[in-house]
Design a protein around this ligand. Structure first.
Ligand SMILES: Cc1ncc(COP(=O)(O)O)c(C=O)c1O
Length: 337
């Protein structure tokens, strides 16, 4: 199958499985799994932070970070489109008693500075206490401009707010912009980095930040059920990904560009946007389900809905992209003929 639904669909490669099988293990709830410790230290070092903490998912890593920054009755500023706000089951409110204050994202994914400033509440018993600004990079595949991120973080700090980055795809942002992971992470107090997206691991995210903040997140991880035992078997996959699958993200970005170029030549569909490893399409409603079915019969999976998003990853080759474009062309040739 050529699976373009998401970069979360990758399967561990033979090399990754071998590394998992060979991992030295311990009980990480007792803090004695050496492979987990190695991963946490390696990610912290690359991100330029004091410490790292391994989580089973990005959702839990983001939530533990929010709970490390905010207490009951506090508020975090977040984009309307942000994963933490929109796609994580409202966990901050449900489990953290943290009120989200959503802010409309600009077209480039940023949160306009004047909207951030206007959303910060005065200290008054009527209001939740605004404690945190949370950004996402990449967001919908787009890399946030570095100068913007700097300014947003400076504004947050000047108002006494902490900063968190949902960096599920921070490595895509680094590779696409030519910045180091450390530069992408520098403006933030905590960053959640996923290994189960474009980096190709089956499971795992690492939260990085100061030792003090991570001690708080460690407690919340346990409360949220994220304390894992011989999790070095999973951490080994993430270490393998860190060593082998970061620089190659450039290939996914190039493939997404080729995919967008190919699809732009098809009259019936509109490529709304392409950035890093994502291509957003607008497909006339009447074609969505039939196109999805047509492609599925030919071994190509897409999320067939109005406003479809196609994602490239390490299990999609340049040849697969050509195959997918040809198949979409074939569908429209059939439906017009
Ligand atoms: C931007 C972003 N943040 C966080 C997550 C959550 O990661 P997980 O699925 O590991 O919980 C995702 C998942 O797709 C994501 O795309």
């Amino acid at each position: 199958m050529i699976d373009l639904r998401s970069d979360t669909v990758t399967r561990p490669s033979p090399g990754m499985l071998k590394a998992m099988g060979a991992a030295e293990l311990g009980d990480d709830v007792w803090g004695d799994d050496p492979t987990v410790a190695r991963l946490q230290a390696a990610v912290a070092e690359r991100a330029g932070k004091q410490a790292g903490l391994f989580f089973p998912s990005g959702t839990q890593s983001n939530l533990a970070a929010l709970m490390a920054h905010c207490e009951r009755g506090d508020e975090y500023l977040v984009g309307q489109l942000a994963h933490t706000y929109r796609h994580e089951g409202g966990g901050a409110a449900v489990l953290g008693s943290i009120q989200p204050q959503p802010i409309e994202n600009a077209a480039d994914g940023s949160l306009p500075l004047e909207k951030i400033a206007a959303a910060i509440k005065p200290l008054d018993a009527h209001f939740a206490r605004t404690r945190l600004l949370a950004l996402e990079n990449t967001i919908h595949g787009m890399v946030l401009p570095a100068a913007y991120v700097e300014e947003a973080a400076r504004l947050a700090r000047s108002k006494g707010l902490a900063t968190h980055l949902d960096g599920a795809r921070a490595c895509n942002a680094a590779v696409a912009s030519g910045a180091s992971l450390e530069e992408i992470c520098a403006p933030f107090d905590t960053i959640s980095i996923c290994f189960s997206k474009g980096l190709g691991a089956p499971v795992g995210s690492v939260l990085v930040g100061s030792t003090e903040l991570l001690a708080r997140a460690h407690r919340w991880r346990k409360v949220l059920g994220g304390g894992m035992r011989q999790s070095g078997v999973l951490a080994a996959a993430c270490l393998y990904a860190l060593e082998h699958n970061v620089e190659r993200l450039a290939q996914d970005h190039a493939n997404a560009e080729t995919l967008a170029q190919g699809l732009r030549r098809i009259e019936e569909i509109q490529v709304r946007q392409q950035a890093t490893n994502m291509v957003f399409l607008q497909i006339p409603q009447r074609h969505c389900v039939p196109l999805g079915d047509f492609l599925k019969e030919r071994g190509i999976l897409i999320q067939a809905q109005y406003g479809t998003r196609l994602v490239t990853h390490l299990d999609v080759s340049a040849a697969d992209v050509e195959t997918a474009v040809a198949a979409v062309k074939g569908y429209f040739a059939d439906s017009n003929g």
